[in-house]
Design a protein around this ligand. Structure first.
Ligand SMILES: Nc1nc2c(ncn2[C@@H]2O[C@H](COP(=O)(O)OP(=O)(O)OP(=O)(O)O)[C@@H](O)[C@H]2O)c(=O)[nH]1
Ligand SMILES: [Mg+2]
Length: 318
């Protein structure tokens, strides 16, 4: 397989046309606004900050949604099924004064399978060597033993992020914050990854906690994941949305060929009955998944999906 990173276009990066504003045709007002913006975002020389922020929390808490909101693009797939994120993944926010590297982790849970154990291990491993840890908690779910278990493993200067603020009223949010104050962590932020409410204040706090240093990723980078992984994840995201019961946990996806514009992606399930569901009547599910994923890919992509049964993929993977 060709390395898909080679296909990555720099066109959307800040060296593109947008970065070249400021010609003679600019109005005085635009120039004033620009200099005001630059005053806010351009650091004093040497005060650029860069660091790694890890997000930990129970499955479904809203970690990936929050990272996508902070980065401003979908870098991590989201679903209403728990245990959506299976591996560590980085999203990158680059500003003039700072680069924030956000580590998305699988939700930490009581594992029942080998895959679950690996996901917990991946989450714990991802939380080493980072600058700031955020404990992400769902405002709409009672604070429980699962959250407390995770909290105990986090450093005392962690930040508690209570998300899904849009789902609860201010009173319920206050009650959740009060219940969480027993954790005695450094700071508490009510936010909504869905609406963006409260996210700016959180990001400002995180930036302030990062060490000074140059950016680790080039401008224009939003994720450390290879394109092929991203496409496989987009396919899995559609399947998670379309399936239920134990099926979401039985599905893995993998790009097997990348010869632009052709992308072949394999969907692996554990049983023949699951294969039939994923294909759908007359291929209807595969067709719908393909259409939904293609709409998120650059124009011209030709996505071919195939389904394979491998009853041991969970044990083999990783
Ligand atoms: N209303 C609302 N829903 C949210 C918000 N954040 C996440 N959700 C929903 O909650 C569900 C789980 O979100 P994810 O971002 O996948 O949660 P996660 O913590 O990454 O979950 P895992 O990857 O399974 O650990 C999805 O259905 C999201 O749409 C929010 O701020 N408001
Ligand atoms: Mg996730």
């Amino acid at each position: 397989m060709k390395h898909p990173e080679a296909e990555r276009s720099e066109a959307a990066g800040p060296s593109g046309p947008r970065a070249q504003r400021g010609g003679a045709g600019d109005t005085a007002r635009a120039a004033r606004e620009r200099s005001e913006h630059e005053r806010k975002t351009q650091p004093e020389s040497g005060s650029h900050r860069c660091g790694i922020v890890g997000l930990a929390g129970r499955p479904n808490a809203g970690k990936s949604t929050l990272i996508n909101r902070i980065v401003g693009q979908k870098v991590s797939i989201v679903s209403d099924k728990p245990q959506t994120t299976r591996t560590e993944l980085r999203g990158v926010l680059t500003r003039r004064d700072a680069q924030v590297i956000l580590v998305d982790t699988p939700g930490i849970h009581k594992p029942r399978t080998a895959l679950g154990r690996r996901m917990n291990a991946a989450a714990n491993e991802a939380l080493h060597g980072i600058d700031v840890t955020c404990l992400v908690i769902d405002a709409s779910a009672p604070y429980g033993r699962g959250d407390a278990f995770i909290a105990r493993s986090l450093p005392a200067d962690s930040v508690v992020v209570v998300t899904k603020a849009d789902l609860v009223g201010p009173q319920a949010m206050l009650e959740q914050l009060a219940a969480l104050s027993e954790l005695d962590f450094e700071a508490y932020f009510p936010v909504s990854g869905r609406t963006g409410q409260g996210v700016e204040a959180l990001v400002e706090h995180l930036v302030g906690r990062l060490p000074e240093g140059p950016a680790l990723y080039p401008r224009g980078t939003v994720s450390d994941a290879p394109e092929a992984f991203r496409v496989a994840e987009l396919v899995r995201e559609q399947l998670l949305a379309a399936t239920r019961d134990e099926l979401p946990h039985s599905i893995a996806t993998r790009v097997t060929e990348w010869d632009w514009p052709l992308i072949r992606c394999e969907i692996i399930v554990e049983r023949p009955s699951q294969k039939a569901i994923v294909i759908g009547r007359g291929g209807s599910m595969l067709k719908a998944v393909g259409t939904a994923v293609r709409s998120q890919l650059p124009e011209g992509a030709y996505l071919q999906l195939a389904v394979r049964v491998d009853k041991n993929w969970q044990r083999r993977a990783g």
